[in-house]
Ligand binder design. Structure first.
Ligand code: A2P
Length: 279
């Protein structure tokens, strides 16, 4: 239903406005009953750095007292790279979540609200130059790295890029697995990532090629053995972390144990962290 086709119930009040900052959904993919990704049109004026996030959402239900509707917005990492002409997002579905309980039902042609003010710390500018770049993620925390592994600068700046993704079950890895596979087979970008991008998926509640939390696998040294790389060092390694609070805290401690210091846009260093946003 188009906004201008809605007849206001109370003719005294002004006609409802079209959604502010509206973008149109172009595709939706449901990966599991708890995970989906979707793409929307990109505002012409939107510039962002791969790895940043924006606020997106839907119009909330009318306030029972005033009848006014307010946008219901949450932070979402942009999962597409800066060069893409659409924007991609990766989300969980929370059955009683105020936003994701509704957002999971969007389909192509629907509108979502997108505030065009990208921010975030998981950006190349927040890291000092290095040789090997680690992307550590759990769950939907892979989203900013879905952007960064498609960003040419990632491969210009580093000799080796390692994406780790830890989820409960094998099915939860599918979005990332497909992304890496498509990237490797892409006629244009495939060449850029060839021999540089390593993918290290692990699961914690279902057996898979590598079972266990990435934190334990780092502590035991199994990750380094499996990948055939030296242990993390402040001299050559840089890291970006995105997951649950628990993961972020534990990984910070591990990375600092290897001598890495936390960086920021204003003061680049050896690693950066951001919470994976949930709806
Ligand atoms: P686990 O199954 O051992 O809790 P969730 O679905 O709860 O967001 O978790 C996503 C993944 O992150 C799960 O595989 C979970 O492992 C893992 N995880 C949760 N907390 C931590 C942590 N503190 N350190 C490392 N991995 C974690």
């Amino acid at each position: 239903v188009r906004m201008n086709e809605i007849t206001p119930v109370n003719t005294q009040s002004p006609a409802p406005k079209a959604l502010p900052d509206a973008q149109r959904v172009t595709s939706v993919t449901h990966w599991t009953d708890r995970l989906f990704s979707f793409r929307v049109t990109r505002p012409q004026s939107l510039r962002f750095r791969s790895g940043e996030f924006v606020m997106i959402g839907l119009m909330g239900d009318p306030d029972p007292a005033t009848g006014r509707q307010k946008p219901l917005l949450r932070a979402y990492s942009i999962a597409s790279p800066a060069w893409d002409d659409e924007l991609e997002f990766y989300s969980i579905k929370v059955q009683d979540g105020p936003l994701t309980s509704r957002l999971q039902h969007i389909s192509p042609g629907d509108e979502v609200i997108l505030r065009p003010k990208p921010v975030g710390t998981l950006v190349h500018d927040a890291l000092l130059p290095g040789k090997r770049l680690w992307f550590f993620s759990t769950g939907t925390g892979i989203a900013p790295f879905a952007s960064l592994i498609r960003e040419p600068q990632t491969y210009e700046d580093y000799d080796e890029v390692i994406l780790t993704h830890t989820c409960r079950d094998v099915a939860d890895l599918e979005y990332g697995r497909r992304l890496v596979e498509d990237l490797r087979n892409d006629p244009l970008i495939g060449e850029m990532v060839e021999g540089k991008l390593r993918y290290y998926p692990t699961t914690t509640r279902e057996e898979s090629a590598v079972t266990g939390r990435i934190t334990d696998l780092l502590r035991s040294g199994k990750v380094f053995e499996d990948l055939g790389v030296p242990p993390i060092s402040a001299e050559s390694d840089r890291a970006m972390v995105c997951g649950s609070m628990g993961l972020n805290t534990d990984l910070k401690e591990i990375l600092e144990g290897f001598g890495l210091r936390e960086g920021a846009n204003s003061e680049p260093a050896e690693y950066v962290v951001e919470k994976a946003f949930v709806g």
